[in-house]
Design a protein around this ligand. Sequence first.
Ligand SMILES: [Zn+2]
Length: 66
Amino acid sequence: MRTHAFKCPICGGSVVINLIICGEDSLLLYFKCRGCGRWTYVNAADALEDAREYFDDELRRVEAAR
Ligand SMILES: [Zn+2]
């Protein structure tokens, strides 16, 4: 996945996001500027956990409806 996130304030280039999944419990959002090459990442493990909880809740809902 590669998506333009925002404009780099330093060089005006396009900052893109790469989603990196390292195993089941680790999700990184990797931001890289295509212009000046600066990059950083944030750990999105909480988002992963939230999404998993949603699906677990849905599973319970679906099973209850059977
Ligand atoms: Zn830049």
